[in-house]
Design a protein around this ligand. Structure first.
Ligand code: DX5
Ligand code: ZN
Length: 238
């Protein structure tokens, strides 16, 4: 596959949206999830933070287990934790269907990918803004998903880092049609078209969806912006 053909292939992919629960009201998780599920969210993005790999804590296995009981949505676990293999089995058992680890947490990613896959889940690898794209060269063909961070992980509501767009393009040119290129951080109606044009096909959005008074409408607006269509055209798949 030439780099150009890879880019052309990806430009035809449908853009999917994964709302990030980090920006939801944690006192009403079931209701918040139901709203985005009914509004047509493709995946639900779960940000797991350990206070070591990132300077923040979020939620853990028991919460993921409860979430899995109240939704049919595909659960996309973004592990911002050191030693991801130590906890991956528990997240898989709790209902995560994709488990993404950070490349910065390991010197030996190949066995890590194999061992996470053995849990019966999809495997993703993520890169911090400061990590060069070729850090994942050894495993880029082995993973189901690459997650490019467009903010420094740890907090929602940060500003999109435009300097990461080139990395999205580099990775897009090297992924096969069956692989997902996910982008996370500062995604809104202005930045969604930029990452979609660069080759991303799964857009994570926290504040832009759950920070809105009307998360269902915000999800639709984001999808329309990403696919470069009017809301009416997006609704009818024209
Ligand atoms: C950041 C998380 C993101 C976060 C995105 O560490 O990985 O998923 O929730 O939030 P927004 O969309 O508000 O930038
Ligand atoms: Zn995330």
């Amino acid at each position: 596959m030439t780099l150009d053909s890879g880019k052309v292939m990806r430009s035809h992919k449908t853009i999917r949206i994964a709302p990030s629960l980090l920006a939801a009201d944690f006192g009403h998780l079931a209701e918040e999830i139901a709203i985005v599920e009914q509004a047509g969210a493709d995946w639900l993005h779960l940000d797991i933070m350990d206070g070591h790999f990132v300077p923040n804590l979020s939620f853990g296995v028991p919460v993921v287990r409860s979430i899995a009981r109240c939704t049919q949505l595909f659960l996309d676990a973004h592990l911002m934790i050191e030693d991801p293999l130590r906890y991956a089995p528990a997240f898989a058992d709790a209902g995560a269907k994709n488990i993404t680890f950070h490349i910065e947490t390991t010197d030996n990613p190949r066995p890590l990918v194999r061992n996470i896959r053995k849990l019966g889940v999809q495997v993703g690898v993520s890169l911090n803004p400061g990590t060069p794209a070729d850090a994942i060269s050894d495993i880029i063909t082995d993973v189901d998903l690459v997650l490019v961070m467009t903010v420094w992980p740890g907090f929602g509501g940060q500003r999109f880092m435009h300097e990461c767009v080139e990395k999205i393009e580099w990775i897009a040119a090297r992924l096969g049609a069956h692989q997902t290129l996910e982008v996370d951080g500062g995604i809104n109606r202005d930045t969604a078209p930029i990452v979609a044009a660069a080759g991303a096909d799964m857009l994570v959005a926290g504040s832009a969806v759950f920070g809105s008074d009307d998360p269902a409408a915000a999800l639709g607006a984001l999808r329309s912006a990403a696919s470069g269509s009017s809301p009416a055209a997006a609704d009818t798949n024209v």
